[in-house]
Design a protein around this ligand. Structure first.
Ligand SMILES: [Fe+2]
Ligand SMILES: [Fe+2]
Length: 371
């Protein structure tokens, strides 16, 4: 994959905003593969089998003990209040918020399940005992997470058929190092997103319109630990964090940040309901994620640069314009979409070449989820 095809993978013309009215709609939505919708991944298992964590052995063994301890084994069960809360709050939601919430649940389920499948496939195809054990634990956690979200979708009769999804969704091949960068980031940004929502609703319980948010605190500690695992894998192989690879790290940071920003700005009602402003929420998530990624990445994106927010707003506007163009298909619409996509490419490139902030890797790799 070169930078050009990598950008094509992040195709901003692909955002679908179809509403979910039936279980078929929900399943169709989960199947769509775009940059804004989570993907399924496959990788080079032989290379995964060769990962050597001996240089971080002590940290690794401590982390494995945490996985073994499984402090969330009893967490993903619904309590007696859950069903009542769903009934009491969901009936009051307007259609807009409902649709955004379904979209959020389906997207979250797909990305949890994506992790579950990838970790399981790696586990099945390697014999390296360290990595096999890690993948077993992470697949265990992600399968709990996916199952828990699916229960909530089933409350609305929108349960996703995970067997069918596994069989029919498109798989994207990523070389192991791209899996490390992308998965590390998605685990850590997942933590930052969930903890920011949890803290907001902890302060404003009247804005918690669905009980699933009560589960987010202990839930995101799992994601944090998954991220720690990839941090150790990368720190064990320093060449992944040097030279040309730093350009890849920049690419993945920007792709992940930009995708989240554009996608979150398609859900204004949901942020509103939680008392969050999508832009402020996203910048808070960027700040937490940047602080965390110091443990492994030698650079940070300059999220306070005057062009950074402007570039993201331009990408959001272009993505919206592309969606509007799509509503009137035809020759001129196709032309317009291509023109808008080219403009998005230019904005993305400008963002990519903004100066970054160098950051020295700390001696102690592991950090704690203290946000
Ligand atoms: Fe998860
Ligand atoms: Fe995870």
């Amino acid at each position: 994959m070169n930078a050009q095809t990598a950008f094509m993978e992040t195709d901003f013309t692909q955002l679908l905003v179809d509403s979910v009215d039936t279980v078929e709609d929900a399943n169709k939505k989960a199947l769509v593969s775009t940059v804004l919708a989570p993907r399924f991944y496959t990788t080079d298992f032989a290379a995964m089998d060769k990962i050597d964590v001996s240089s971080v052995r002590k940290e690794w063994d401590n982390m494995m003990q945490e996985y073994e301890g499984d402090n969330n084994h009893d967490h993903f069960q619904r309590d007696a209040e859950f069903a009542n809360e769903v009934k009491a709050t969901m009936s009051k939601l307007d259609d807009h918020l409902r649709q955004e919430f379904y979209d959020f649940l389906i997207g979250s389920l797909t990305s949890e399940f994506s992790g579950c499948i990838l970790y399981n496939e790696v586990r099945k195809n390697i014999s390296n005992p360290d990595i096999k054990k890690l993948m077993t634990y992470m697949a265990r956690d992600e399968s709990r997470h996916a199952g828990f979200i699916n229960q909530s979708l089933k409350d609305f009769n929108f349960g996703i058929d995970l067997g069918e999804l596994k069989k029919n969704k498109k798989y994207t091949y990523f070389r192991p190092k791209f899996i490390f960068y992308a998965t590390y980031l998605s685990e850590k940004i997942g933590y930052a997103r969930y903890i920011t929502i949890f803290r907001q609703l902890e302060r404003n319980p009247d804005k918690r319109f669905h009980p699933i948010f009560r589960w987010f605190e202990r839930w995101c500690n799992d994601e944090f630990r998954h991220g720690e695992s990839f941090a150790l894998i990368m720190r064990a192989d320093p060449k992944l964090l040097k030279g040309m690879n730093v350009w890849w790290i920049r690419f993945f940071l920007l792709a992940v940040y930009a995708t989240m920003y554009v996608r979150d700005h398609t859900r204004p009602a949901m942020h509103d309901a939680m008392g969050l402003n999508a832009t402020e929420y996203d910048f808070e998530v960027f700040r937490i994620t940047s602080e965390i990624t110091r443990q492994v990445f030698p650079i940070l994106l300059d999220i306070d640069h005057s062009y950074f927010k402007k570039g993201l707003d331009d990408l959001t506007a272009l993505s919206n314009a592309i969606n509007q163009a799509k509503e009137n298909p035809g020759f001129f619409s196709t032309l317009r979409q291509a023109w808008l996509a080219t403009k998005a490419f230019v904005v993305f490139t400008k963002l990519y070449f903004l100066p970054v902030i160098p950051s020295e890797l700390p001696k102690n790799i592991r950090i704690q989820p203290t946000w």
